[in-house]
Every structure is written in structure tokens, then in C-alpha cells.
Design a protein around this ligand. Structure first.
Ligand code: NDP
Length: 371
């Protein structure tokens, strides 16, 4: 059997055990540089792939906890041993409350064959050098949930270990909830280094056990995963946020009630439905269901905004990501004690009542509760 896959003469992809057949991903002629992208589902994973493997989840945080809980629910305790490695803090306390054996990071790595490194991306380089690399056994596998450190050369794994990417497209708590509802969640996966000869087997076994293959996994290497993730966060993500803040300020200044502004933009759920219809009906086709006024207005305003040359700005952002400039900047931010990140956190975790937009949201929630 072969996985769903796009043929590529020049860039062969290693064979995958237990791979299923089915339609190719990216089958369009204009899909650029099809590099053997494959789409994996539950039937591609051997349910016994992790039998006899000792697994360590390093970092019991936003993603570490859901992954550890999902793995424990999926794997037979007789076949696989699961431990958590964490610094002594409240996350370690939570892992003990959840019933896991918690070791220091070095001890957990030394006692494992498969090591999931679920620490904040910018923290990984120093912990990798100090606690992870010295404790890894030859033939072990290290698994990352983001391509960041591999893509921008921030760590240098030795050739004797497997290096795997299992990068979910879902926030941690949702990954747990979707697993519990048997819905799964999508992820990008790749084998970056296969020292053991069983890297794919391990990777797909893990992807199945954490719940990814209930939805599906797309093959994408760490470099592209990291570029893509940062690019969308820093372009589309940034502009959605800026649009919401700008529209709120301009609308309220012009006399539109703040509650109506947040209701219009997201509290009514209309916008969620718009994104849902992008997924279900297609990006362009979905626009037509909002009627001629919305379609005409959106079209002429898009034309009006075109000279802003967003494409040029986006290309500049992508170039800064691809050259590693952003990663260097973020590592310097960490070294300096996170001055910019602290400002962003203050905005996102501050008292909602201190911001007009937060007050409007609270007011709408109160209104909805009392109705
Ligand atoms: P968290 O911020 O939740 O941190 C994870 C763990 O790292 C915590 O236990 C934390 O403990 C520990 N930690 C932080 N600093 C250090 C340090 N200096 N030394 C040792 N341990 C430390 O991380 P996430 O779960 O958000 O991210 C983990 C990985 O998963 C990243 O690669 C991320 O890109 C990826 N990912 C995350 C998603 C998410 O939903 N969060 C979704 C998809 C991918 P403490 O803070 O107490 O030190």
C-alpha cells in the first residue's frame, strides 16, 4: 500500500509502513513544487508502533498536558511507559495531580526512547544543550511540535538519533477536547532524520496516539512548517487584529455604540460562520452568500486598499522569517528579558475593564446572560 501522495521524480520520499491509498494531495497542476506531500490518516499508523517504547513528554504546558493525557488514553500501559519531564513548578505539580511520574528533564530524557520536546520554542536551544542532548541515547527519537528550532539552525541534533516533526494546527486545550470527542486535529508531520530506520513508524504511531490521525496529517518539512506558521501569524494574524482595533476606534469615535461594534465584528458569531463557509464552500464562493451590497462594497473597498501594497510588506515579512532574521530577533528578545513580549502580554492578560473594547465585550456578555 502507498500513502496518499503526489508523485515527484526528483525528490523521493521514504516509504511509510502501513500507508493507505487514496486521492493525492495537491493534485492541482498549479500547486507549486509538489514535493511528495502525503496525507496520512488512522489507517497509516500501526497501533503497535510504540509498543516497547519509553516515551517522555518534556514540558507539561499548554500542549504538553493535552498530548500526555491523549497518549495515556491511547497507549496500553503494559506496552509503553510514559513519563513527564519538567522543571519543579506548578506545571510539574499539575502533572503529579494528573497521575504522571514527573522527573527532571535530564532524567526523563535519559529514561526514554521517544522524547517529545514541548517547551516554548525560544527556550528549547538552551535546554537542549544543557539537559536534553547529553542525556539522549543513540537510536532515540526527539519530536518537536514546531519546526522553529530545526528550521533556523538553533539546535544541532547528532546524527545518531531520529528527529521528528509533529506540528499540530490546533491550540492545546482544543487538541484535548477534540481527541475526547474523536474528532482529532490536523498537523504537519515530517521525518527530519531517520537514524533508527523506524522513524516513520514512530512518527505515525505518535500522530495516531495523540489524536492527529483522527483528522489527518500532511507531510511538510520543518523548514516550510516554521516559515508558514510564522508568516501567517505575522501577516494575516497581525492584520486581523489591527483591523479589529482600528475599526473599533473609528466606529466608536463616529458614534456607533461600542457594544454594537464588538457584536458586529465577532460577538454575534457571524464572522466565525464566514470562516466556516470559506472551509465548506470555498473562499470566493462564500462571498456570494452575503448578498450584492456586501459583495459590491467588499469588492470596491478591496480595490481601494490594493495600492497599500500589502503584498510588498508580506514579502518583506516572509524574507525576514526565511533568512532567520526573525528567529535571531526573538532569541535576542528572550536574552533581553522579553521587553516587547511583556507589553503584548500586558495587553492580552490585563483587566478587560481597562480597555474600551474589553468593557464593550463584558457589557455584551452581561446583556446576553440576562436575556
Ligand atoms: P508553554 O509555554 O505552555 O510551556 C511548556 C513548558 O515549558 C511548561 O511546563 C514551562 O514551565 C516549561 N518551561 C518554560 N521555560 C522553561 C525553561 N527555561 N526551562 C525548562 N522548562 C521551561 O509551551 P507550549 O505548550 O505553548 O509550546 C510547546 C511547543 O508546542 C512549542 O514548540 C510550540 O510552538 C508548540 N505548539 C504549541 C501549541 C499550543 O497550543 N500552545 C500549538 C501547537 C504547537 P514554566 O513556564 O513553569 O517554566
Amino acid at each position: 500500500m502507498t500513502a496518499n501522495h503526489v508523485d515527484n521524480q526528483t525528490d523521493p520520499v521514504p516509504p511509510v509502513p502501513h500507508a493507505s491509498g487514496g486521492p493525492a494531495l495537491g493534485g492541482h497542476a498549479d500547486w507549486p513544487a509538489n514535493r511528495g506531500r502525503r496525507f496520512f490518516t488512522a489507517q497509516d499508523a500501526d497501533p503497535h508502533a510504540l509498543d516497547g517504547e519509553r516515551i517522555a513528554v518534556i514540558g507539561y504546558g499548554h500542549l504538553g498536558r493535552p498530548f500526555a493525557l491523549n497518549l495515556r488514553d491511547s497507549l496500553s500501559p503494559r506496552a509503553s511507559v510514559l513519563t513527564v519531564g519538567n522543571v519543579p513548578d506548578e506545571y510539574a505539580g499539575q502533572a503529579r495531580v494528573d497521575g504522571f511520574t514527573v522527573l527532571s528533564i535530564g532524567q526523563a530524557v535519559a529514561s526514554a526512547d521517544v522524547v517529545l520536546i514541548l517547551l516554548p520554542d525560544e527556550v528549547i536551544p538552551e535546554v537542549f544543550v544543557a539537559d536534553i542532548a547529553p542525556s539522549l541515547s543513540p537510536g532515540a527519537a526527539i519530536v518537536f511540535a514546531s519546526g522553529y528550532n530545526l528550521a533556523y539552525g538553533l539546535i544541532a541534533p547528532v546524527p545518531e538519533i531520529d528527529v521528528l516533526l509533529l506540528a499540530p494546527r490546533m491550540a492545546g486545550e482544543n487538541a484535548r477536547q477534540r481527541f475526547l470527542h474523536s474528532e482529532g486535529f490536523f498537523a504537519y508531520v515530517s521525518v527530519e532524520q531517520d537514524a533508527s530506520g523506524k522513524a516513520w513508524r514512530r512518527l505515525l504511531g505518535l500522530a495516531g496516539a495523540v489524536g492527529i490521525l483522527q483528522a489527518g496529517a500532511i507531510e511538510l518539512d520543518a523548514r516550510r512548517e516554521a516559515d508558514l506558521d510564522l508568516f501567517i501569524e505575522q501577516t494575516m494574524g497581525a492584520l486581523v487584529g489591527l483591523s479589529i482595533m482600528t475599526a473599533f476606534t473609528v466606529g466608536v469615535d463616529a458614534g456607533i455604540p461600542p457594544e454594537a461594534m464588538v457584536m458586529e465584528m465577532y460577538m454575534s458569531q457571524e464572522m466565525e460562520m464566514v470562516f466556516r463557509s470559506f472551509r465548506e464552500e470555498g473562499f470566493y464562493r462564500a462571498s456570494s452568500v452575503h448578498g450584492p451590497t456586501a459583495l459590491y462594497g467588499g469588492f470596491v473597498r478591496t480595490m481601494q486598499f490594493l495600492p497599500l501594497d500589502l503584498g510588498g510588506l508580506f514579502r518583506q515579512v516572509l524574507a525576514e522569517i526565511q533568512t532567520g532574521q526573525f528567529a535571531r530577533q526573538f532569541q535576542a528578545e528572550r536574552k533581553a528579558g522579553y521587553p516587547m513580549l511583556r507589553q503584548a502580554e500586558a495587553l492580552s492578560s490585563g483587566d478587560p475593564a481597562s480597555q474600551p473594547i474589553g468593557r464593550a465585550e463584558t457589557s455584551v456578555r452581561t446583556m446576553l446572560k440576562s436575556s
